[in-house]
Ligand binder design. Structure first.
Ligand code: DGJ
Length: 388
């Protein structure tokens, strides 16, 4: 299949960027098929419009890749949902066709997904038993900033949608994590200490916010999904005021939580989780918490999804590695038909004009089984040379 991320040099590139900013990032002419990835540049779909699928995830289904992401609009406020979550399809990962809005926000002030809510980081998985496509996404209720911290569920019988919104909630109300100690269970959920003091941090690490949020359910902001080799799916989310990641097992139909869950790196202040499995080990790339600004990625590794998870430093190498090459993780994409071929997917946010956000996709390499991500101005799938 031929390819499509076009490298536009010199004057023509500058002209395109100016044109894109004015016109919703549409190009004035059809581009040739892309043959490589150009991280951080404008990525045009088959209609010559900059791809609008931020905070995304990719599902590979029956020979086609489906990229789901946040449809952002221009100008300040462009992060709230005015349309919903968009889907693109591709046979080769370079050339993407706009499949339209997969899950629409609605013109109903009573709905949890009314226009103006925040819908972020959608991930879709396919359930072999029910034959349903199951989408989970981070939902913030309209007018409440990031206080609601909920996860939303939508389903469809067709991969591209339309998806039907089912519900939103916090996670695993009234259930303690598998490792809960008596001390955690006896915690009142209230602190007398000032936030960010050493005493307060110790309490957080021991489960202060787990106890506080027990009745309502645990907070769920940045999230991802991961399906293990045995078909069991997991919802991984930033909880406890973004201080601790949680991994929660989904029911066999992927539409609810089983109640089995664990905390990862308590007090580590991690968000933007992206999981993958390599040679039987679980790896999770995450970011720190600096809003829309980039920070240093970190990777954790575990022999079991239930931990223990161990920090293994920053997987990014070289110039700007301390800023994840000016991006933030959203997903790790296993390349179909290639052995141990994984693509790091990150977002370069543009909060003043969210529609202009860029995509930073880079190959993950392994040095002594330690994942590494290096900057490539331009690259293609030939970097992964072993076919399955
Ligand atoms: C960082 C998160 O990773 C994004 O998805 C978004 O929620 C922003 N924070 C909001 O500030």
């Amino acid at each position: 299949m031929s390819l499509k991320f076009k490298v536009i040099a010199g004057f023509f590139m500058s002209f395109s960027i100016v044109l894109g900013a004015c016109s919703g990032n549409a190009k004035s002419e059809k581009t040739a098929m892309n043959e490589s990835f150009v991280p951080g540049e404008l990525w045009y779909d088959a209609d010559s419009v900059h791809i609008n699928a931020h905070g995304g995830g990719v599902l590979y289904h029956e020979g086609t890749y489906y990229w789901f992401g946040e449809h952002k609009t221009s100008g300040r406020g462009g992060n709230t949902s005015l349309l919903g979550l968009r889907c693109y399809s591709s046979d080769d990962l370079y050339n993407w066709k706009n499949e339209g809005i997969a899950l629409a926000s609605v013109d109903d002030p009573e709905s949890e997904i009314t226009h103006g809510c925040v819908m972020e980081r959608p991930k879709v998985i396919y359930n072999e038993t029910t034959k349903q496509f199951v989408m989970w996404f981070h939902l913030e209720l309209k007018g409440q900033g990031y206080a609601a911290a909920r996860t939303g569920l939508a389903v469809s019988d067709k991969v591209t949608g339309p998806y039907t919104f089912v519900k939103s909630s916090r996670v695993n109300a009234n259930v303690w994590p598998i490792e809960a100690t008596t001390e955690m269970k006896n915690c009142s959920g209230e602190t007398k200490h000032d936030w960010w003091t050493q005493e307060w941090r110790k309490e957080v690490n021991k489960g202060l916010f787990v106890a506080r949020d027990l009745d309502s359910g645990q907070m769920s902001r940045d999230m991802t999904l991961f399906v293990d080799d045995d078909g069991t799916a997991y919802h991984i989310h930033s909880a406890e005021e973004n201080l601790t990641l949680h991994i929660a097992e989904l029911t066999p139909d992927y539409k609810d939580f089983t109640g089995k869950w664990t905390r990862v790196a308590p007090g580590g202040h991690n968000e933007a989780p992206a999981l993958f499995k390599y040679k039987g080990k679980y790896y999770m790339i995450a970011s720190g918490c600096t809003g829309w600004d980039p920070n240093e990625a970190r990777i954790l590794v575990a022999d079991s999804i239930w931990g223990p998870w161990e920090y293994k430093g920053n997987p990014c190498k070289g110039k700007d590695a301390n800023l994840t090459f000016h991006s933030q993780s959203t997903f790790v994409l296993p390349v179909a038909g290639k052995e141990n071929a994984f693509i790091f997917m990150g977002d370069r946010w543009r909060p003043r004009n969210p529609i202009d956000g860029r995509y930073v996709w880079l190959p993950i390499t392994f040095e002594d089984d330690q994942p590494a991500i290096e900057w490539h101005k331009q690259w293609d799938l030939s970097v992964f040379n072993s076919e399955i």
